[in-house]
Design a protein around this ligand. Sequence first.
Ligand SMILES: Nc1ncnc2c1ncn2[C@@H]1O[C@H](COP(=O)(O)OP(=O)(O)O)[C@@H](O)[C@H]1O
Ligand SMILES: [Mg+2]
Length: 254
Amino acid sequence: MTNDKILTASHLYKSFPSRRGDVFALEDVSFGVRPGEFLCIVGPSGCGKTTLLRLLSGLLPPDRGEVRFNGEKLTAPRAEIGLVFQNANLMPWRSVWENVRLPLEISGRADAPDAAGAVRRALKLVGLTEFSHSHPHELSGGMQQRVVIARTLVHQPQVLLLDEPFGALDALTRENLNLELTNLWRELGATVVMVTHNIREAVFLADRVLVLSPRPGRLTAAIPVDISRPRNISLLYDGAFNDVAFRVRQAIRE
Ligand SMILES: Nc1ncnc2c1ncn2[C@@H]1O[C@H](COP(=O)(O)OP(=O)(O)O)[C@@H](O)[C@H]1O
Ligand SMILES: [Mg+2]
């Protein structure tokens, strides 16, 4: 494998035991992610998207195949790879600041001299500096989701893995957060791998869209999105954009 990839997945297989026999979630999935790339992965519900992100984060070992981060085989989670879980929750009794600081506490770094700076930086990146002392119930759903993302940014990951991060939000909030996410990505210079079942969202955000088949998830297409940046909301109503979205739709077998 060439070393111009920050993350590579090679021949990943994953199954789960169940009472009715093994459920094959992923089958022979291979791809590479370039440093700084914004990659989206789309596929129908239950096709193995969450499983794939958990493999890419090092949380879950594959049955066969391997994930490499900067050429090194991944065997456990690491601070350089941040994962935002599907349906991630904040701790309601903690302030925004305390929620974002949580990963530093868990990793024993909350008392390090740069800890407060890391929390401050993460909150600034998502535009919530003024809400440090608020509690989750005082924030809108979109703002809560920005706190969830800030919590992952506190370790300054090189790779950000996002699992349907805006799935529970209304369409307009989602559009705005997608725009903010592209700004954040540009500012951070990070690599993003985001899973979604929303085709238009994927095309709006990504440099490239990977399509997974229904379970067992296999890669059926890799579609480049050659649309210039910065992209804005009007793009969602543009002809070239819709052409790419339709290509992605056709690649999904449902
Ligand atoms: N921990 C688990 N134990 C048993 N089955 C699982 C587990 N995680 C996922 N699965 C199964 O693997 C398949 C893929 O799940 P998932 O990766 O969550 O799909 P998606 O995120 O695309 O909806 C599903 O059939 C799901 O029921
Ligand atoms: Mg999922």
